[in-house]
Design a protein around this ligand. Structure first.
Ligand code: SF4
Length: 133
């Protein structure tokens, strides 16, 4: 291993086997991956080291209610944007009714990923729903 190379240990989360992956990185190149039992482990190592991303889950305020609505990003977003994504959700509110899967924030932070409702809440006030950011 050269001085520029970095050794990283990861646990693959793609299945319950939880393979322990040993990744060697040199700048923006993956030099080697070891410890995987299938190809998904290699792909996971590349993704996690070069462009880590996560599904974000949170609660959003509901206009006129003390009960928040649970939301999540529909796909993973880059890990470095998680804090800004949470701030965008906290700065927003939704009005009822909401159906599970409704888009609450479209294209959050220009990631191409929507924040969606993870549960339904009925309309208690008979007003139309949608979001205000
Ligand atoms: S490398 Fe393959 S077998 Fe191992 S945890 Fe990942 S998906 Fe499962």
């Amino acid at each position: 291993m050269s001085n520029a190379e970095q050794s990283i240990t990861l646990t693959c989360v793609n299945c319950p086997a939880g393979c322990r992956l040993n990744v060697v990185r040199d700048g923006d190149q993956i030099v080697s991956v070891a410890g995987y039992r299938c190809r998904q482990g290699i792909e996971y190592a590349h993704q996690e080291v070069m462009n880590p991303s996560r599904i974000v889950t949170s609660l959003i305020r509901v206009s006129g209610s003390s009960e928040p609505l649970s939301v999540k990003t529909k796909q993973p977003i880059p890990r470095h944007l998680i804090g800004d994504c949470l701030a965008a959700i906290q700065a927003s509110f939704v009005t009822l009714p909401v159906t599970i899967g409704d888009v609450i924030i479209e294209n959050v932070l220009n990631t191409g990923v929507d924040v969606i409702a993870t549960r339904s809440l009925p309309d208690r006030t008979c007003r139309s729903a949608k979001v205000k950011a």
